[in-house]
Write a protein that binds this ligand. Sequence first.
Ligand SMILES: Nc1ncnc2c1ncn2[C@@H]1O[C@H](COP(=O)(O)OP(=O)(O)OP(=O)(O)O)[C@@H](O)[C@H]1O
Length: 488
Amino acid sequence: MLRRSHGEVAGDLVTTSPGAPLMFRPTVVQTPVFITIIILAWRVLRGLARAIYRHPIVVLVSLSVLTVVARYGWEWVAGSLGTIAVALTGWALIDRASFARWVGWRLLAYWRLVRIYRPHWQFAMSGAGLSRMARGLEYRPGLVRVVCTPVADQVTVKMLKGQSVADWSGRTDHLAHAFGSRHCRVSVTRAGVLRLTFSRRDPLAKPIAALPIPERVLLHAVPVGLREDGKPWMLKLHGTHVLVAGATGAGKGSILWSAVRGLLPAIRAGLVEVVALDPKLMELSYGRRIFRRYASTPEDCAKALEEVVTLMQDRAGLYAGHHRSHTPTIEYPFVLVLVDEVAFLTAYQNDKGLKERVKAALATLTTQGRSVGVGVLAALQDPRKEVMNIRNLFPDRIAMRLDESEQVDMVLGEGARQRGAVADLIPRDPANPSVGSGTAYVRLGTSPQPVRVRAAYVADSDIRDMVAWLTNEDEQTPADHEASGEAA
Ligand SMILES: Nc1ncnc2c1ncn2[C@@H]1O[C@H](COP(=O)(O)OP(=O)(O)OP(=O)(O)O)[C@@H](O)[C@H]1O
């Protein structure tokens, strides 16, 4: 039987504070030995079951090794392990990619789990203020699993009840340093479960050379660079409008030119037409032969925009009651309006009448152009409302290097900087313009979390090659690209 001895006032405790409460010794319950044994046995069994569930391969291999040792001796085990090592080395040499996918990254993930994440989890959680104390016990978020990709570790975490994503996204700096990484990113996988992405290697550290001209053009996924997870960064151009904001020298030109490069086969096939507005007379003039229409003076830019508005309205009239969306054809191609430094036309323009014409045309295109196959891709240095009051009409926005931290939320929306879009911290080196240039933060359609990306750098020689490729009739006929110029 359980024996109870009652709590009593701890008379031997001395306190100097007059208002101190009385201290009680807790009730002591003496547990019989057999109950203690049952509890211990239950814990051992539960631990074993958990080990088998969590690490079935490790348990299976250990049991197999022990069985072989018991039956045939150590020589057999050494021989088998040697054979397995030779087979794995051969696999790695013959097909590195499949070896990495099935074995390499899994082994690395296990190694990092037991060497880095598990040993440091308790201190990292309490240091970052993400564990909770209740009734003398510490409750920690659960470390569910670790997956390694070529560039990062993805750690799945079960949040404590009552925690929010904001609790975690405000602690990314603490977490990154606790686990020896430079960046940590938080994303939600399902209710109560988060994925922390710790980068091990930065695929965006070095400039990316111009991407190859694609064989097939998908207007909702034009390759323009790389994402921080090492995957291609695809830009949606059809059915949306894109605003690129970045300080001078941020590399806005590389996004504009990478987009044009990715569209080239469809331009050659006549399925896409580009109208380029280049009020600074610098960025786009080099490849003007690629564009259906090129304008540089403010008057000509306003005219070009109004021409596209007319085309858009004609199409809207034709489509009314027949189509609800646009599919590019040679007769009705997708029209991309490319604007370098849009504020030159909408804010810094002296001629008030011209300024209003440009603003009205841009507002009309960005509100009505999407469903009839007209898109706007505009670059801008200063994202403040006074400079660009129609920035919210651009559904997709890209924040390149910005001068002030407040500008990040102006571009990507409220809270984007807090969620990790530190566009104001993109490095710059006046002595080496390629440092950090082309790097940006974007929000992909599937998640509100900003993702770091870098556009490929399209040099002048690449633009020359693009013009030559476009005008070289021998290489491929436009018909070859008709099927590949399919749209969103
Ligand atoms: N993607 C990139 N990768 C590496 N370096 C780049 C990239 N884009 C641009 N650069 C470097 O940065 C310099 C400035 O780029 P760019 O002229 O495109 O900037 P910008 O944002 O258009 O500036 P501005 O608004 O002053 O015209 C380039 O000359 C080049 O050296």
